[in-house]
Design a protein around this ligand. Structure first.
Ligand SMILES: NC(=O)c1ccc[n+]([C@@H]2O[C@H](COP(=O)([O-])OP(=O)(O)OC[C@H]3O[C@@H](n4cnc5c(N)ncnc54)[C@H](O)[C@@H]3O)[C@@H](O)[C@H]2O)c1
Ligand SMILES: O=C(O)C[C@H](O)C(=O)O
Ligand SMILES: [Mg+2]
Length: 601
């Protein structure tokens, strides 16, 4: 059984918070002003202007970092005021543009703005606006960000990787653009997702922005509209398949690790068949994980355990919870696999994942998944129900049929289809066996959510607990508040990445992911959970990441995966208390401060 441990936020003297040391820069003059890593705009002190050949290239007055921040926020607020009557789409894209321009000009200021206002800006640089940006990327494109490896680069990647200007890369987010959120195949335009995820790595985990790399593997697209679009920036060919496809991913993985052997690669938004195949292919060879399968699973498991706690029930009740998962893709199957492992361990087993005899039900676009399904995807086989055990439900039963019959404690959507939890389905959840039925509409972006928060509380009742993948406002229920949780893998992947990095682990194991999920599950207090607050506010995401990262390090040490990082060796990691480990993680988080620049030839 899981012990609910909340790491103390005590400060240890062993790890002091980093004060930015000097940064070596190999350029001078305008080249520095045009480099967003080093640019400080009007913030360059006079002595630095002299040292770096900047004197005369900037207006004479030096503006403090804080004043630069205020100036940006003022222009952001004016934009908000001036766009008040415009459509939501126009406003969201305008907000993204102003942030993106800052990102392209001055990263230190950009991350200060992002970190201080994460709740307000996450919905712009991350889901849902990032989806809109990806849909319109070819038209919005102004400056490149990250690297693009295409089907035409075969045989060249080992040298191309050296085109990246940084000698140190810790964290890579890689996509092939084939399943961008719930928006489908967006080809090269999917690069917005790795960029947004890595922004969250900087904001939530304090990974140094000079050590991140967003990557697009452009192997073509099957999106006819994009192929016909004269502005489309990707390779105009159908997606590579089979061995041709895998040989491109293989070459990329070899090239990356030849240059940066310890870089962690997060696979993101790959269509299901490649998501599972690449995870199995690389996880023993490289330090990598698939966020949609593994990150999502951990967040969902934390939500499922929270739903039990919200009913005032012990976690052992997990064995009895009836859970209907709608969506049998990489995310839905990842969730079921982790949930089934938890059930197996709780009932004294080895943690082998199968739900055939458990109260879990899986539904895909063809309805309830049973052993009678022809062409059942191999990854779904362990979760197909035997119709003999179903008491009246048959292969392909609809969501409403399943919900009416099963009366689930939890209805969890990862289908990518907006509105599939319709009024009838939500009303049927009133008959749930739970005192606090849980409705998790986890698909992104907002338009693809299985239902909205208002729909859930109005049709399923005030006593539900609700979570969605993209943010919704809390719902006014008269004299109480219907709390909206954001069940998004952003609560896990930053801690998984940072914990892995700081442990120096060569691989990311199931145990490390389990530790991350359990840590998140135990983050909220009983009092909060009973109010329906299952996940923390995004405002404290650095704190969540520090704790999740520490849990990952603890598991890496326990499993003999850890090798240490920098000056902190394995022995020191192994001797750290939980509090010390949290503090160690926290003290390794990059802070957006201008560092003194020192020119080096
Ligand atoms: N909240 C999060 O943290 C999080 C994490 C990962 C994925 N997601 C979201 O989950 C969604 C699915 O992601 P995925 O990688 O599993 O996609 P996927 O394409 O691999 O799977 C989609 C699944 O949904 C099923 N489906 C389609 N239409 C359906 C319908 N009408 N009724 C029932 N099932 C239906 C499909 O058969 C398939 O099994 C996306 O919208 C994605 O944004 C959210
Ligand atoms: O990107 C997100 O917001 C979550 C998740 O990885 C998704 O694919 O939807
Ligand atoms: Mg994703």
């Amino acid at each position: 059984m899981w012990k609910v441990v909340r790491f103390a936020a005590s400060r240890s003297r062993r790890f002091s918070t980093a004060i930015p040391g000097p940064c070596k820069v190999h350029k001078r003059g305008t080249d520095i002003l045009h480099d967003p890593w080093f640019n400080k705009d009007t913030g360059f002190p006079i002595t630095e202007r002299d040292r770096l050949g900047l004197r005369g290239l900037l207006p004479p007055r030096v503006i403090s970092f804080e004043n630069q921040y205020d100036r940006f926020m003022d222009s952001y607020r004016s934009l908000e005021k001036n766009t008040r009557c415009q459509s939501d789409k126009f406003v969201s894209l305008s907000k993204w543009r102003i942030l993106n321009r800052l990102h392209d000009r001055n990263e230190t200021l950009y991350y200060r703005v992002l970190i201080r206002n994460i709740k307000e800006f996450a919905p712009i640089i991350y889901t849902p606006t990032v989806g809109l940006v990806c849909e319109n990327y070819s038209g919005l494109f102004r400056r490149p960000r990250g690297m693009y490896f295409s089907a035409k680069d075969k045989g060249e990647m080992m040298s191309m990787i050296y085109n990246w200007p940084s000698d140190e890369v810790d964290m890579i987010v890689l996509t092939d653009g084939s399943r961008i959120l719930g928006l489908g195949d967006l080809g090269v335009q999917g690069i917005g997702i790795p960029i947004g995820k890595l922004d969250m790595y900087v904001a939530a985990a304090g990974i140094n922005p000079r050590k991140i790399l967003p990557v697009m593997l452009d192997v073509g697209t099957n999106n006819e509209k994009l192929l016909k679009d004269p502005l489309y920036l990707g390779v105009r060919q159908p997606r590579l398949e089979g061995e041709e496809y895998l040989s491109i991913v293989d070459e990329f993985m070899e090239a990356v690790h030849a240059r940066w052997p310890k870089a962690i690669v997060q696979f993101e938004d790959f269509q299901m068949k490649w998501a599972f195949e690449t995870l199995n292919r690389y996880r023993q060879r490289f330090c990598m994980f698939n966020d949609d399968i593994q990150g999502t699973a951990g967040v969902a498991l934390a939500g499922l355990l929270g739903a039990i706690r919200s009913q005032g029930r012990p976690l052992s009740d997990f064995l009895k919870q009836k859970i209907v998962v709608v969506g049998a893709g990489s995310a839905g199957l990842g969730v079921l696999k982790m949930a089934a492992q938890a059930v197996s361990r709780m009932s004294g087993g080895s943690g082998t994942a199968t739900t055939a005899n458990s109260p879990f039900f899986l539904i895909d676009k063809d309805g309830l998944v049973t052993t009678e399904r022809s062409n059942l995807d191999p990854a779904a086989v362990p979760f197909a129900k035997n119709p003999r055990d179903l008491e009246g439900l048959t292969e392909g039963a609809s969501i409403i049929e399943v919900v009416k019959k099963v009366k689930p404690h939890v209805l969890l959507g990862l289908s990518g289809v907006g509105g599939v939890f319709d009024t009838e389905v939500l009303k049927a959840m009133r008959e749930s066996a739970s005192t606090k039925p849980a409705i998790f509409a986890m698909s992104n972006p907002t338009v693809n959510a299985e239902c909205t928060a208002i729909e859930a509380f109005s049709h399923a009742g005030k006593n539900i607990v609700f979570a969605s993948g993209s943010p919704f406002d809390n719902v006014d229920l008269g004299n109480e508040v219907g709390h909206v949780n954001q069940a998004n893998n952003m609560y896990l992947f930053p801690g998984v990445g940072l914990g892995t990095l700081l442990s120096g682990a060569r691989h990311i194991t199931d145990e490390m992911l389990r530790a991350a999920a359990e840590c998140l599950a135990s983050y909220m207090t009983d009092e909060e959970v009973q109010k329906g607050i299952l996940f923390p506010s995004i405002d404290c995401i650095r704190n969540v990441t520090a704790e999740v990262g520490a849990a990952v390090i603890g598991a890496a040490v326990a499993e003999n995966q850890a090798e240490g990082h920098g000056e902190v060796g394995l022995r020191e990691l192994a001797n750290m208390s939980k509090e010390d480990t949290v503090e160690y993680v926290r003290s390794n988080m990059w802070l957006p401060e201008y560092c003194p620049l020192v020119h080096e030839k």
